[in-house]
Ligand binder design. Structure first.
Ligand code: ADP
Ligand code: MG
Length: 620
């Protein structure tokens, strides 16, 4: 191969491949779904481009948007082929080896601790899972803009790319040829592959075929020589009239026999039904869970915490399925303010448009996975044009509403969340599966809800309902604002809270002395984001929030207050003079202390001490 060029894998990619090759991971099956997922992505891309450019698909077989699996038992090759967008020479070099994605090192790191190889797809390096089963891999690819090229690597730190002058032309798309390892022989069994496609790729939106070879019984015209030993040949018939009666049946029908023949044909392995077009009542939990796996590329054991499948009607019509994943991805908040893209896939009339659509959901809901399919949006315009379409605003609004409803329900259905003791006990058996689900949600995505309160004024109250925290009375568990309010003392007007770095620190704070003694509940906010949160969350259900370390704390009226204030007037005045005025604003009689003699309080609009600390650590 004269034009072959050799490249080194980028260092992180090379490490990743080493890990995969030497992995003792037993579930090697996963490579197939990764390859099918890539094929499906490539088909989505070409189908999208064909919306605005009919020519791009070409003609004949090239227009068939499908995936084909083929086995060569003798050569021990398993190949997966698609008629997707394909890769140019440059794509092959960049995408399969020289450019590391952000997920590459994250995944390598994970695998070195207690990582699960099964999650490879989520880190954007699923392709390399082929080396679980193959010691040599060829990627043959034809993109409309380039000649056909072959990428090949034995995972020895380098790969070779050459122009393909020897394989059959693909027309367009990619064929991955796996030269299977000795111990991976099971992947040469048709039945095994069929089972895997069924298990992992049921919800792929393109037809998946396997080149199926079967032994079949066929009736063939009886061979003369063989036949002669059993009965008479046609030429002999007239001469041997006597035997005619014995063989009447054979005479009426043409003479045939049954032989075994191998018959090969493309066999379709999936029925390409869009789950979101079906009636939600007819879709099982199991189907949703499997659909989530394919959609989110999340093949962990855990099921999604919740989902919502609905149809929006009116000016803008669309169907959508939203999922709350079981776990937050590794980089959820890392690039929060830079990454604008949501994790929703946008379809228009069943055609995949994009999974990088800006602004389909607000940033704080980027942890959701899902899909939107709209009949209202136009099909034959560019992504940029679509991005401007007025319907998107309506879609976004409805999606937010549905998403928040879904999360609210997750809380309501969790018996651990219930205020109602009786309900907790009675429904125990039915609800065991839902028990603790909201706490799981909160631990994974609580920060998103807080960011939502900060960013989404229109839904602030709805989001505040979803807020959970610990308090002086929550007994080590999480509690909600509604629960707090239900426990408020008569005469208590405000919701009390205190911010700091840990629950333990707050629990011993002098600010709480008297409040605790008098039986007032105080919320603990210990996340740095809570300080910002409380600048936006001013009130809830007509109750104001009061930081108990700040000026303005009002407990129930005490008749002695006025009297006391009067009798200590001289002392407070003296103190104020004694402390220079640029050190303190004022000196007042405290209503929050029991044992501690005095305490420094922040002014109403000033930063709390905790906030000062946060700001300091940020400027350092
Ligand atoms: P991901 O699919 O998450 O991007 P992969 O490691 O599975 O990560 O694939 C890496 C890249 O290789 C893809 O992003 C794509 O650009 C390219 N690729 C892989 N398989 C195909 C294919 N069948 N057709 C076209 N491009 C492909
Ligand atoms: Mg992939």
């Amino acid at each position: 191969r004269g034009n072959a060029q050799q490249f080194e894998f980028q260092a992180e990619v090379s490490r990743l491949m080493d890990i995969i090759i030497h992995s003792l991971y037993s579930n090697k099956d996963i490579f197939l779904r990764e390859l099918i997922s890539n094929a499906s992505d490539a088909l989505d891309k070409i189908r999208f481009l064909s919306l605005t450019d009919k020519e791009i698909l070409g003609e004949g077989d090239n227009t068939k948007l499908e995936i084909q699996i083929k086995l060569d038992k003798e050569k021990r090759i398993l190949s997966i082929r698609d008629r997707g967008i394909g890769m140019t020479k440059e794509d092959l070099i960049k995408n399969l080896g020289t450019i590391a994605k952000s997920g590459t090192s994250a995944f390598v790191e994970k695998m070195q601790t207690s990582g699960d190889l099964n999650l490879i797809g989520q880190f954007g390096v699923g392709f390399y899972s082929v080396y679980l089963v193959a010691d040599n891999v060829e990627v043959i690819s034809k993109h409309n803009d380039d000649k056909q090229h072959v990428w090949e690597s034995k995972a020895d730190g380098s790969f070779v790319v050459s122009e393909d002058t020897y394989n059959e032309p693909l027309g367009r798309g990619t064929e991955i040829r796996l030269h299977l390892r000795e111990e991976a022989g099971e992947y040469l069994e048709e039945s095994k592959l069929k089972e895997l496609v069924k298990r992992y790729s049921e919800f792929i939106n393109f037809p998946i075929y396997i080149w199926s070879t079967k032994e079949v019984d066929v009736e063939v015209p009886a061979d003369e020589e063989e036949e002669s030993s059993e009965s008479s040949s046609s030429e002999e018939e007239t001469e041997e009239d006597a035997e005619k009666t014995e063989d009447e049946d054979a005479e009426k029908k043409p003479k045939t026999k049954t032989v075994k023949e191998t018959n090969s044909e493309w066999e379709l392995l999936n029925d390409v039904k869009a789950i979101w077009l079906r009636n939600p009542k007819e879709v099982t939990e199991e189907e949703y869970a499997k659909f989530y796996q394919t959609l989110a590329k999340d093949f962990s054991e855990d099921k999604p915490l919740s989902w919502s499948h609905f149809t929006a009607e009116g000016d803008v019509e669309f169907k959508a399925v939203l999922f709350v994943p079981p776990k937050a991805p590794h980089d959820l908040y890392e690039s929060y303010y830079n990454a604008n893209k949501s994790n929703l896939k946008l379809y228009v009339r069943r055609v995949f448009i994009s999974d990088e659509f800006d602004d389909l959901l607000p940033k704080y809901l980027n942890f959701l996975k899902g899909l939107v399919d709209s009949d209202t949006l136009p099909l034959n315009v560019s992504r940029e044009m679509l991005q401007q379409h007025s319907s998107l605003k309506t879609i976004k609004k409805k999606l937010i509403r549905k998403a928040l409803d879904m999360i609210r329900k997750l809380a309501e259905e969790d018996p651990d969340e219930s205020n109602d003791k009786e309900k907790k006990d009675v429904e125990k058996s039915d609800d065991d599966e839902k028990r603790g689900q909201y706490t799981r949600f909160w631990n994974e995505f609580g920060k998103s809800i807080k960011l939502g309160i900060i960013e989404d004024a229109a839904n602030r109250n709805r989001l505040a309902k979803l807020l959970r925290f610990e308090s002086t009375k929550s007994d080590g568990k999480l509690t909600s604002l509604d629960q707090y309010i239900s426990r408020m003392k008569s005469g208590q007007k405000d919701i009390f809270y205190l911010t700091g770095t840990s629950k333990e620190q707050l629990d011993n704070s002098p600010f709480l002395e008297r409040l605790k003694k008098k039986g007032y509940e105080v919320i603990f906010f210990t996340d740095p984001v809570d300080e910002y949160l409380m600048q936006y969350l001013m009130d809830y259900e007509d109750k104001k929030f009061q930081n108990v370390s700040k000026e303005g704390l009002k407990l129930g009226k005490d008749s002695k207050d006025k009297e006391l204030k009067e009798s200590y007037k001289e002392l407070t005045k003296w103190w104020k003079g004694a402390l220079a005025s640029d050190n303190v604003d004022d000196v007042k009689l405290s209503n929050r202390l029991a044992d501690t003699p005095c305490v420094v309080v922040t002014s109403k609009f000033g930063w709390s001490a905790n906030m000062e600390k946060i700001m300091q650590s940020q400027t350092l």
